[in-house]
Design a protein around this ligand. Sequence first.
Ligand SMILES: *Cc1c(COP(=O)(O)O)cnc(C)c1O
Length: 364
Amino acid sequence: MDMMINVTKTFLPPFDEYAAVLKRAWDKGWITNNGELVRELEEKLEQYLGVKHLLFCNNGTIALQIALKALNIKGEVITTPFSYVATTGAILWENCRPVFVDIDEKNFCIDAAKIEASITENTTAILATHVYGYACNVEAIEKIAHKYKLKVIYDGAHAFGTNYKGRSVLSYGDISTCSFHATKLFHTAEGGCIITNDDKLAETIRLYHQFGHIGDEHFCVGINGKSSELHAALGLCNLNYIDAILASRKQQWLYYKTFLQHTSLQLLEVTENSPFNYSYFPVVFETETLLLEIIAALKEKEILPRRYFYPSLNTLPYIQYQPVPVSESIAKRVLCLPLFYELGSVIQHNIVQAILKVHRQQSL
Ligand SMILES: *Cc1c(COP(=O)(O)O)cnc(C)c1O
């Protein structure tokens, strides 16, 4: 059923362009282990994002795990319950305890004003997500981290293209990570990166992602976080289209906004100066019942939005429950509408009409 409209559709460059870049790896007979394409992608991404050190790796989850490891994070990590499961998963995987701080009702990121109350003598770090690509309150977070000597990691999986005060939001924190998964705004099929401004830390991260050794010299225990020339080639091709991708997202985002803003539905409040890349269009409905009815109505039109993020991560069955009411409430009522490069206004119009129809009936 290729008529189905999903919440996202992977951007693919013309195949010939991919083949031409890939041929460079073929000609050399070199397809992984820090090849020429990986290095070129890292350099181009550093330039594009304006960051000092960027390490390309095989996904955004290993990027988080390596970040926690490289900063030697132990004990309790203050984090957001409103994110993809990988954010909490990485903390647990590194044998740390996630301490959930509730989110800001308006932009869905961790509520910086509530962080201090959750800090204990066991707290070592803050791991926050730039939710839907909207930047966290990085200044307030940095202030708290400085006061309590905590490390800061940003899960910037959605934040490619988001700028804050004239620079990429991925340049903030001790470490920022990004995901280049096929569903993300910029992608390499599978992939991710780790970003830091610290030279020493960058070296450690590079070592960790290649088993802890350089040639025959072994320094520490490591993991395999490397990606390949095949993935880097896709990234190099996609990077040529990034401005067009960002521009089309913004246009589609504003289209949805035009038709949904004069309703009682809660949308992300965004202005020209907001630290945002327009990568997701979340809609918060009044009730979960209404949300389920909307999903059913859209499904009839073969449109599949996504309950993203759902459930609130503090309710995961394998961790001890900590109440975070705002996150739990939003997670039950939020839907991300389809948003991707080739999404046309005809489909967007259908989506808007289907939502408004159910919403009007409910409000009568
Ligand atoms: C996609 C995503 C990840 C995981 O990235 P992968 O590349 O799929 O491992 C982590 N955090 C958030 C917020 C994400 O959306």
